[in-house]
Design a protein around this ligand. Sequence first.
Ligand code: 2P0
Length: 342
Amino acid sequence: MADVGVVSPTNIALVKYWGKHPRYPGLFIPTKSSISLNIASFTTRTRLRTKKGTNEVRFSLNGRKVGEEEEEFAYVRDFFGRLSTRYRFAKRYSYLIESRNNFPTASGFASSASGFSALAVAFARAMEEQGETPRLGDRDVSVIARLGSGSATRSVPSKGGLVIWHRGYDGARNDDDASAASFAESLYRPSHFAELALICVNAGGGQKKVKSRAGMDESVKTAKGYWSWVENEEKELLPSMLRTVRRKDWAAMFGLVREASDNFHRVCRETKPPIAYLNDTSRKIVRLVGPPEQAAYTFDAGPNAVVIALKDRAKGLRSALAGLVGKRNVVQSAVGAGPVEA
Ligand code: 2P0
C-alpha cells in the first residue's frame, strides 16, 4: 500500500499547445512547444492510494464517484494504459483516486492540467514508496503527466512560475527519443513575476462545447495555415516572448501574449467545421482590457479570459471586469509555484 496526497496548480498558456503530432500516435507529442504561467489560486488536490495485486481504477471527482461509462473515467483509465507501456509495473497495481478542484470543473478553467499533474506526481511518489522506481525527477514526471493531458505537462515542474513544454521531436531518431525530449521545465520562478497579477474571468461558458482533444485533432487535419502557424510560433513568437520576459519588458510581452491568443483562435476558426470558443462577453473583455501596453488577455478553449496586468492596474481592471460579469466571476491570482505533497 502507498497513500500519497498532492496539490497541483493549473496553468494558463501564453503560447498555446493545440495539436498532437500525427507521426507519434498515442504518445501525445505536441506539434509545437508551448509556455505557460502557473495560476496559484486554482488547484487540484489528489489523494492516490495504490495496492499491489489486481489492476483496477476507482476515481472520484469533487466527492462524486465517476462511473466507468463516463468520459472522465476513460481519460484516467487510458492514462494508466499509456503509462504501462513505459512503466510496466504500473499494470500490477490498483489505483484509488480522489480528486478535488478548488474551482468549478465546469467553469471552463482547465482542470485536466492540474488534475493530471497532481495524479502524475502522486503516481511517481507512490511507485517510489512501493520500491518500483528510484526517485523520478520533474522531467520524467512531466512526461508521465503528458500521457494524461498535454497541458498537464506544464504544471509539473516544482519551481513552477513560467514553464516551457518542449515539443522535443526535432532531431529525434525514434519514438522513445522524441517522447523523452518532450518534457517541461521551469524557466523563471514565480518571484520573477512579482509585479504582475493574473485576473481570471469566468465569461459564463460552462462546459466546453467542443472538447479540446477532438477539436485539436480536427485543426491539425483541416485548418488552413496550421503548419505555418506552428513553425512561426516555434521559431519567432515563442523566442521573442521569452526575450521580453527576461528583460521584464511587460508592455512588449502583453502584446505578444495577445497575438498568441488571437493566432490560436484564428486556427480554430480556420478548422473545418470552424470552432468558435469566444462569446460576446469574451469580446467585451477584449475591449475593456484596452491597449496592449497596459494589459494582456488570453483565451483557451472556451470563452473565459485570463487578463495579465501590472499589479497597480489590477484593481481598476478587476472592478471594470466585475461590472461586466459579476464580482464572484473575477478571481485575482499570483503566478504560482509547482505541485506540493500535502
Ligand atoms: C494550452 N489548451 O496550451 C491549450 C490552449 C487549450 C487551448 O491544452 O488532449 O486538455 O488532454 O492533451 O491539454 C487544452 O487541451 O488536451 C489545451 P489533451 P488539453 O493550454
